[in-house]
Design a protein around this ligand. Sequence first.
Ligand code: 13P
Length: 335
Amino acid sequence: MSIDQLAETAQAMVAAGKGIIAIDESNATIKKRFDGVGIECTEENRRAYREMLLTTPKLGDYISGAILYDETLRQSTKAGVPFTKVMMDNGILPGIKVDKGAMPLAGFPGELVTEGLDGLRDRLKEYAKLGAKFAKWRAVITIGEDMPSGTCIEANCHALARYAALCQEAGIVPMVEPEVLMDGSHDIDTCYEITEVTLRSLFGSLYEHNIMLEGTILKASMVVSGKDCAEQAGIEEVAEMTLRCLKSSVPATLPGIVFLSGGQSDEDATAHLNAMNQMGPNPWPLSFSYGRAMQSAALKIWSKDLVGNVAAAQQTVYARARDNGLAALGKWKKA
Ligand code: 13P
């Protein structure tokens, strides 16, 4: 795979006014989401739910790619059309979550390191054959008393770089995701500091591992106040601090940055992205790769009648995609 092909895919992922829908919940995570709306977590229900999302009419107007879970990449619509074909026919690139989850970091109570490098080369080869054009690996950085440690940041960034190198070898664009969690009572300045240290460490590791940045996408968390912080920063402050942090640590050669929603409300996730794009021009396209902020409203509607409510749920998916697509251009207006 040439660098040009990787760069082309990366650019398509952040095409103007488009973003990514993250539907790569592991079976354990989607069970939690289904439990929340009283749906049994069977393979058929997971398939039917993902079919509802992926067959949303005109989803490709605002969605450039979807991140799938291993099981989903292998599934088809009820009529027997592989999800990957449905996606490609609608101009949506198939992506795949390849990490095996964040596990306790030995010797560092409360901290996590993401696993999944063993056997990754072979898994990526298979994913490429199944049609995956990009991949995702999520590292988790927790803010707390004496946390994060330098060791936690370094171990996670090293793993992200090794993952990215294997992806590029397989012709798959790596989406590198160092998520600084919103959990905690820390203020926005602390989040800024930790996010900046993490991103600088990440790009240092990517450099050391010969990663072609032109064929890489960053999935970042925004700089926000901790969920339990008494003082919550407003939309403009979050946008301004996030931009400042990214500009101080992310090389301009990167084709684009997409954000996770991380527990923000649907409206906040859209408003923050919109504000950052209104503050542009920025060195890179800034778009979205939301999971919960793309799906929560649709899941609630769908769960009330799995068959009867498909069209209504899809309208909600489309509306969320449109709002976030407009926010990626700085053209969203609060209803
Ligand atoms: P959220 O937008 O729900 O945080 O999920 C995005 C994601 O893919 C996290 O890895």
